[in-house]
Design a protein around this ligand. Structure first.
Ligand SMILES: [Zn+2]
Length: 506
């Protein structure tokens, strides 16, 4: 044992080393270090204090919580490596390693910043001495890095109104906080916010231990836990760590750099999560869902199709005749597409500015099992044979005609509560499940808005979510969160809706 070690073990509370943690291998070198500066430091510490707690407190007092942001990828700011990364709790920067001459070690000596946290083990260390410190005063930092919830806490989220305060003493409501739009990722933000407000989805991601799950699951869980964090340092979150993973998994289709269609992203995300959570890849409907995703959202429709043939008859006019044969298919779905009526080609001179309106009931007639739709040489009708506990609608506003995207601005009106889906659900399902209500209440509404700059149209998305504890609606557009009157929810261009089945029969 050399002098510096003797000084450390003698005067400081040394914790056991992380022997089983391969990322901590560099630690050992610290102990054999003859680094002059370390020696000097330890000697002076030995001389200056005999009270370990006081000494630790001095260092812990240098922590600057307002500089800490754990939403970003944990990459060493010098080497850009993601292995064995420590966050400096004084300036918030990330550095690799803590052994002698590692980046964190050098940072401690050159900047005189001494308190670090290992980003994966959440253990705290004093550098350059490299000993572990445990103190209840650090619990809030640990919690911000990885919030955890008890079943009891989760059961209260929709019952008890909570007002929290960030580091700047600004009030916020956990669960109803902004999400950073890094460049053009509002399409992604609205989907994450939407899913974070679907009760069984949220609860599963708040409570399950995902330590051996794929990274996409872990990162989504962390983000959802941060959205609901009652002890957050700031009143917003950044999806940066999740988007990094999504960009890689989607082969750069979904990134922060380019606006995308939220419904396409939702489809991709749910199917990716389904597989990541061990769900079956079979594309048939099963009454035994293989993942929480299917358990919550998957329903089934019966699709009856009849082929239509064009025949030329005498007199040279074309007659369309339907095949006698009707093909019946059971098609699983995660959302139902609603088709707004086509935009009128020529608008009346005086009515040019009137935006067409249609009610959700009118659009739902598509699923009543009677109304036929003609598309791509088929005549079809649809009926819901299995209604999920959460049913999602997609209002198909975007179509590509001749490779030119067209946007349909039709306003869809809908009730916020009490949507009765009984006319669209097959009788057999209703008879087999007499205790299930057919009444659904809106819990999430994603709204599209066109922004015009001269001739150029761009698309932005915002999300409206209900706080069940207070019965108030909030609109979240990136970092901006505002309470929104329920009368106004109908006025936007609704794009994706999530409806929750009423738990009790009326
Ligand atoms: Zn620092």
């Amino acid at each position: 044992m050399n002098d510096s070690e003797a000084a450390m073990s003698g005067s400081l509370k040394r914790k056991r080393k992380d022997e089983n943690d391969p990322t901590e291998l560099r630690t050992d070198k610290t102990e054999n270090s003859n680094d002059v500066q370390t020696k000097a430091k330890n000697a002076s510490l030995e001389a200056s204090t005999n009270d370990n707690n006081k000494f630790e407190d001095l260092y812990l007092d240098t922590i600057n919580r307002s500089m800490l942001d754990f939403d970003f990828d944990k990459l060493c700011s010098v080497s850009l490596s993601n292995l064995n990364v420590y966050a400096c709790l004084v300036c918030g920067k990330y550095y690799q390693g803590r052994g002698p001459n590692s980046y964190a070690y050098v940072h401690a000596l050159t900047e005189n910043h001494h308190v670090f946290v290992n980003c994966s083990t959440l253990r705290f260390y004093i550098l350059p001495e490299s000993y572990q410190v445990t103190s209840a005063a650090l619990d809030d930092i640990k919690y911000v890095m990885q919030p955890t919830y008890t079943k009891e806490q989760v059961s209260q989220l929709d019952v008890k109104e909570t007002t929290s305060y960030d580091l700047d003493k600004k009030p916020y409501f956990p669960g109803f906080i902004g999400m950073n739009n890094i460049k053009q990722n509002d399409y992604l933000n609205v989907i994450v916010q939407a899913l974070a407000h679907v009760k069984p989805f949220r609860n599963y991601f708040l409570l399950t231990d995902f330590s051996s799950s794929p990274s996409i699951v872990q990162r989504l869980a962390t983000l959802i836990r941060k959205i609901w964090n009652p002890r957050a340092f700031k009143n917003h979150v950044s999806p940066q760590e999740l988007t990094q993973e999504i960009t890689v998994l989607s082969h750069k289709k979904y990134s922060v750099n380019e606006q995308q269609d939220p419904i396409e992203f939702l489809t991709w995300l749910l199917s990716t999560l389904h597989v990541a959570l061990g769900g079956s890849r079979k594309k048939v409907f099963s009454l035994k869902p293989t993942s929480i995703i299917h358990y919550i959202f998957q329903g089934c429709i019966r699709m009856e199709s009849q082929k239509i043939h064009a025949q030329t008859r005498a007199g040279d006019h074309i007659v369309f005749e339907a095949d006698r044969r009707i093909e019946v298919n059971l098609v699983p779905f995660l959302y139902l597409t609603l088709d707004p009526p086509p935009k009128p080609l020529f608008q009346d001179e005086f009515e040019g500015n009137i935006i067409p309106q249609v009610s959700v009931y009118e659009l739902l007639t598509k699923y009543n099992g009677v109304t036929t739709q003609e598309l791509a040489g088929f005549r079809r009708r649809f009926h819901i044979t299995h209604a999920p506990s959460y049913i999602m609608f997609h209002v198909k506003r975007f179509t590509r005609n001749n490779y030119f995207p067209e946007h349909n601005p039709t306003i869809v009106t809908f009730p916020l509560e009490g949507l009765d889906l009984a006319p669209y659900i097959d009788k057999t399902f209703l008879e087999k499940n007499p205790k299930l209500s057919t009444i659904y209440n809106l819990c999430v509404n994603i709204v599209h808005e066109s922004i015009f700059q001269g001739e150029n149209e761009s698309h932005v998305f915002k999300v409206q979510v209900k706080n069940k504890a207070t019965n108030k609606w909030y609109q979240i557009q990136d970092l901006y969160v505002e309470e929104v009157s329920s009368d106004l929810i109908n006025l936007g261009e609704t794009y994706i809706q999530i409806w929750e089945r009423q738990t009790r029969l009326p």
